[in-house]
Design a protein around this ligand. Structure first.
Ligand SMILES: NC(=O)c1ccc[n+]([C@@H]2O[C@H](COP(=O)([O-])OP(=O)(O)OC[C@H]3O[C@@H](n4cnc5c(N)ncnc54)[C@H](OP(=O)(O)O)[C@@H]3O)[C@@H](O)[C@H]2O)c1
Length: 337
């Protein structure tokens, strides 16, 4: 199998090297792409040196003969280069929001709607937004017990969701504050260290941010549930890696806590951590660098007889990006006729 990583130097691109390295996919050739900034760099993959990073767009035949291209270089780059990337027959698995809501582009989380990946007429498959991926993995087992009518979610999103520079900015801001210097904000709208910012991506006309609207519309598409209502509040928090979410669902019939626990315990991609005691719940520091969506703090919603409340944590660079994309490729390899 021959594959490419576009955006290899980035937070997600680097995780692609790790996740693909550990996967069972028989990769005989790996081509790396980026901008001038990282051109020429080499990385380690399965114990060997790979590269150099090539400048995307320099060679019109650069994607010939590839099976998969894992693309994480931002929406504008995806839009500009999609036809080049797919022109030689490769399936483009795209981490940006460029094509997610296009009708002829499947939006896939293998634990929920893997089969959608088998019908990609434009040879593009979209990886959902990181917050949406971890939420739908946790919603799916509840939805199988009783159809979910409504979801309210508040997110606690790590700095690395804003890429390698986001992670770096949290570190430098924290150091500046500790040392009594004025922190600088470039990637975030203001100081994230020792703060929370209830603003991710740009504001829309309805007062929600685009990040919140992604959760609203992508969840419906992935779950094939146009009437499912989703209302989100997305917040950036000074955590380096792994997003957390407080989720409230309303189902058609009441689901007991015991039923929900059993469903989560056997759900693909979910690890249940739910003891009402100190440390008996998922936290980002424990989820960072791991694959599952951890679910805990499961309670009956005191404000809604058909409501259930829980807490979900996952490493958004792995399950929210690179891992989910590689799982899509693995699903296609295992199921294609
Ligand atoms: N971070 C997350 O948790 C996360 C989760 C899900 C999805 N995503 C999505 O994944 C994408 C990348 O995110 P990231 O966090 O990895 O960002 P990042 O750390 O800032 O990395 C961006 C990557 O894009 C490359 N790039 C930028 N402009 C380019 C161009 N004109 N041509 C070729 N390559 C170019 C950069 O290469 P150079 O270094 O050479 O410029 C770099 O490798 C974004 O669409 C983001 O929304 C991120």
């Amino acid at each position: 199998m021959k594959v490419a990583i576009v955006g290899a130097s980035g937070a997600v691109g680097q995780e692609f090297l790790n996740v693909l390295g550990a996967s069972a996919l028989p990769i005989e050739e790996l081509r790396l792409f980026g901008s001038q900034r990282s051109a020429g760099r080499r990385y380690t993959f399965r114990g060997a040196t790979v590269g150099p990073v090539r400048v995307l767009g320099d060679d019109p035949r650069a994607f010939d003969g590839l099976d998969f291209a894992f693309v994480s270089a931002g929406g504008d780059v995806s839009k500009q280069y999609a036809s080049l990337i797919t022109s030689g027959g490769a399936l483009m698995i795209d981490n940006s929001s460029a094509f997610r809501m296009d009708e002829d582009v499947p939006l896939v989380v293998p634990e929920v709607n893997g089969a959608d990946a088998l019908d990609a007429p434009r040879r593009i498959i979209a990886n959902p937004n990181c917050t949406t991926i971890q939420m739908v993995v946790a919603l799916a087992p509840i939805n199988r017990l009783s159809v979910i009518r409504r979801v309210h979610v508040a997110t606690y999103q790590a700095a690395s969701g804003a890429g390698a520079m986001g992670m770096e900015e949290l570190r430098t801001q924290t150091a500046a504050i500790v040392e009594g210097r004025k922190p600088e904000a470039k990637k975030f709208v203001t100081t994230l260290a020792y703060n929370l910012i209830p603003h991710i991506d740009v504001f829309c006309d309805n007062g929600y941010t685009r990040e919140e609207m992604k959760m609203h519309s992508e969840t419906k598409k992935i779950m094939h549930a146009p009437s499912l209502e989703v209302s989100a509040t997305c917040v950036r928090v000074p955590v380096e890696r792994a997003h957390s979410e407080a989720i409230w669902v309303e189902t058609e019939r009441p689901i007991s806590v015991a039923e929900a626990r059993e469903a989560f315990a056997s759900a693909p991609g979910v690890v249940l951590v739910d003891r009402a005691e100190a440390l008996g719940y998922p936290m980002p520091k424990d989820a960072a660098g791991t694959d599952p969506v951890y679910v805990g703090r499961i309670r009956a919603d005191l404000a809604n007889p058909n409501g259930l409340s829980f807490w979900a944590v996952a490493d958004q660079i792995r399950k929210g990006a690179a891992l989910n994309a590689v799982q899509i490729a693995e699903y296609i390899v295992a199921h294609r006729r």
